[in-house]
Design a protein around this ligand. Structure first.
Ligand code: ATP
Ligand code: MG
Length: 293
C-alpha cells in the first residue's frame, strides 16, 4: 500500500508539500517525512523510502563539500514521540535542522534537454543565457549551467530567473555561495554517477541557513524526483533520452490527460515500472539493494 499521507497526531504538522509532510519536533528540529504520493489520490508504494535513502546516500557522499540538514536518519536515535510512529515512518523520515530555506531552486544542467532544449531551439538561449550555436539535443554543455528559478508559493509555478537576478532576492553573498556550491556539488555527483552507469542530466538543489548564517544543503538531493537520470548505455546525442526518473511517469500522466485535483487510479504496470526504475537507479548509484523496502 502506498502511504499517501502520514498521520502523527502527537506532533505538530507544519506543512504538507507535494511529496513531504513536515512536523515540528522542537524549536530547532523538524521531522521530514517522504510519503509515496504523486497526487492527493495516487501514490507509488515505497517511493518515499527510496527517495529518502537515496538522498541520505548523497548527503553522506557530499558532506565534505557542504554541511546538510540531516541530524539523524535512524529512528532509534529520534525522540520517543517520533519512535511511536516507527511502523509508519521508518526509512522514510529524517530528523533535520529547521533552517531558513532560500526561496531559490538551484537548478544545474549538465546536458541540454527538456525546457532548456525547447528554449534553445527557439531563441538560442537557456534561461536567457546565450549559448553557442549548433548544440544538439541531449548534448553535454561545455560547463554545467546554473539556471535558478524562484521557489513559488503553494499553487503557483516556479519561474526561471537569470542568475544575475538572484542577488536581488537573497543578497550577493548567499547568491554567490549558492551558485558556486550548486555547480561544485553537481559536478562531484555527476562524475561519480557516470562511473556507475548513470548520467545525471540535470538536478535541483535547495539551500538553507542557520542563525549564524552558515549555508546547508537541505530538502532531497539527487533523487529521480529532483533530477533527470539517463542510462549511460542508452545515451545518444541528437535525440530525446529514455528517462530513468520521474519523467517516465510524467509522460504517462500527460498521455492520459491526468488531472492532479481529481487523480486517477494508476495502472499497476505503470506503478510497477516506475518503481523498478527508481530501484534500478538506487542499486546502480549505491552498489546496494534497497533492503529497507
Ligand atoms: P517540490 O519539491 O515539487 O518543489 P514542495 O516544495 O511542495 O514541492 P516537498 O518535497 O513536498 O516539496 O516538501 C518539502 C518542503 O520542505 C519544501 O518546501 C522545502 O523547501 C522544505 N524544506 C526542506 N528542508 C528543510 C529544512 N531543513 N528546514 C525547513 N524547510 C525545509
Ligand atoms: Mg521538494
Amino acid at each position: 500500500m502506498a502511504l499517501l499521507e502520514s498521520s502523527c497526531p502527537n506532533l505538530e504538522l507544519v506543512t504538507r508539500g507535494k511529496v513531504r509532510d513536515l512536523y515540528r519536533v522542537d524549536e530547532n528540529t523538524l521531522l521530514f517525512v517522504a510519503t509515496d504520493r504523486i497526487s492527493a489520490f495516487d501514490g507509488i508504494p515505497g517511493k518515499g523510502k527510496l527517495l529518502t535513502q537515496l538522498s541520505v546516500f548523497w548527503f553522506n557522499y557530499l558532506k565534505d563539500m557542504l554541511p546538510n540538514h540531516v541530524i539523524t536518519t535512524e529512528i532509534d536515535q529520534m525522540p520517543e514521540k517520533v519512535q511511536k510512529y516507527r511502523v509508519q515512518l521508518e526509512h522514510r523520515c529524517l530528523l533535520v535542522r529547521n533552517l531558513k530555506v532560500f526561496p531559490v531552486e538551484a537548478i544545474v544542467r549538465g546536458y541540454i534537454t527538456g525546457s532548456a532544449w525547447a528554449e534553445y531551439k527557439k531563441n538560442g538561449t537557456v534561461c536567457d543565457i546565450t549559448l553557442p550555436e549548433g548544440l544538439k539535443e541531449s548534448q553535454q554543455f561545455e560547463l554545467p549551467l546554473y539556471t535558478p528559478s524562484t521557489k513559488a508559493e503553494i499553487g503557483q509555478h516556479d519561474e526561471n530567473i537569470h542568475p544575475n537576478k538572484v542577488p536581488e532576492i537573497i543578497g550577493v553573498k548567499y547568491a554567490q555561495q549558492i551558485s558556486e556550491f550548486s555547480v561544485k556539488l553537481y559536478t562531484k555527483a555527476k562524475e561519480y554517477a557516470l562511473r556507475k552507469g548513470i548520467i545525471i542530466a540535470d538536478t535541483k538543489f535547495e539551500f538553507g541557513r542557520d542563525e549564524a548564517g552558515i549555508l546547508y544543503l537541505v530538502d532531497e538531493v539527487l533523487t529521480p524526483d529532483s533530477s533527470r537520470f539517463w542510462l549511460v548505455s542508452n545515451y545518444e546525442v541528437g535525440r530525446c533520452q529514455d528517462s530513468f526518473d520521474k519523467q517516465y511517469l510524467r509522460n504517462y500522466l500527460l498521455s492520459i490527460g491526468f488531472d492532479k485535483k481529481t487523480g486517477i487510479e494508476l495502472p499497476s504496470d505503470i506503478v510497477k515500472k516506475t518503481m523498478e526504475r527508481y530501484i534500478e537507479a538506487y542499486k546502480l548509484l549505491t552498489d546496494s539493494d534497497p533492503t529497507f523496502l
